[in-house]
Design a protein around this ligand. Structure first.
Ligand code: NAD
Length: 280
């Protein structure tokens, strides 16, 4: 069987997702081609995601990954939403099943796998998360699915942190979800088992650190979703102080691993995917 898969989004010409999928598909001896459909290059608007999906299916695509700025929009144009994507109201994978479009969210699956593989034995008693945007919704969902007892959410945008907290409380009613504005997060960081960073701070064009690493308890772990670069200033400072760290690479690999598995039904090798990713 031949697989033709694509990525719809904006500013994605340098995405690492195509080489991740193609290298692993080749190792699995699958006939698999991955194409980029950049909205700017196509002269299309984010709201065109529905018509692009129709077009892709007519052109023989098997599935499409969806990224910024279409992850939320796409949930309103598919026939079926897998349960977790429905709770998150965001999807990054649409599979064409016969005449139907079915959407999944593999970002949260990628982060859940990253927690299992990258932080075995770590405490998830009290976790602080800074950043409640697209990546932050997926990490919050994964943290609560993974058993986090108390999740303390922080974002400069009050509507975003309150909206994410409300959705997480509905989905995980027996766990505690609190919210804090950035000016009041210090005490929560000082008592946290671990802190997840999910803002763009630390990316090459957005240098810096979003919170004071000096506030952490000695045994606290630090996880960064930023993966360009993998070694952010936050992780450098945390490792220097002896904290356990998890970089954004495992989440990026995990979403590609889960997407490839759902699209093909094959069993990719996550370790091989990670080793390849770290050479890109
Ligand atoms: P986004 O714009 O959707 O969300 C970022 C959020 O951070 C916003 O809600 C913003 O208000 C908040 N924020 C910004 N600065 C803040 C600060 N100093 N304190 C508190 N809140 C602050 O962006 P996104 O799509 O969630 O992406 C965030 C980062 O995650 C990017 O670097 C992106 O590349 C990365 N990412 C990584 C993966 C992965 O697989 N590792 C997946 C998706 C995104």
């Amino acid at each position: 069987m031949r697989y033709l898969v694509g990525l719809i989004g904006s500013g994605i010409t340098e995405s690492l997702t195509p080489p991740m999928h193609e290298a692993e598909a080749s190792a699995l001896a699958l006939d698999y081609e991955y194409r980029i459909l950049d909205l700017a290059r196509l002269g299309r608007a984010p709201d065109d995601v529905g018509s692009l999906l129709i077009q892709a299916r007519q052109e023989g695509f098997s599935a499409m990954n969806i990224t910024h700025p279409c992850k939320q929009r796409v949930v309103d144009v598919v026939d079926e939403l897998e349960e977790d994507a429905d709770h998150l109201r965001a999807a990054n994978l649409v599979v064409f099943v016969g005449s139907r479009t079915v959407a999944f969210n593999t970002d949260w699956m990628g982060y859940r796998d990253a927690l299992i593989v990258g932080l075995p034995g770590a405490s998830f008693d009290r976790v602080v998360q800074v950043g409640c945007g697209g990546a932050g919704a997926a990490t919050a969902y994964a943290l609560l699915s993974h058993g986090t007892a108390t999740l303390e959410l922080c974002d400069v945008d009050e509507a975003r942190r309150e909206d994410l907290a409300a959705r997480m409380r509905t989905r995980f009613p027996t766990q505690v979800v609190r919210t804090w504005p950035p000016g009041e997060i210090s005490a929560a960081i000082a008592r946290a088992s671990g802190v997840v960073h999910a803002t763009p701070t630390g990316m090459r064009h957005h240098p810096g650190v979003a919170f004071d690493v000096g506030l952490l308890q000695p045994h606290a772990w630090v996880s960064d979703v930023v993966y360009r670069p993998l070694q952010t200033e936050l992780l450098r400072q945390a490792a220097e102080r002896g904290h356990r760290v998890l970089d954004g690479g495992l989440m990026a690999v995990g979403q590609a691993y889960a997407s490839l598995r759902i699209i093909t039904g094959a069993q990719p090798d996550r370790g091989r995917m990670e080793r390849h990713f770290r050479t890109l």
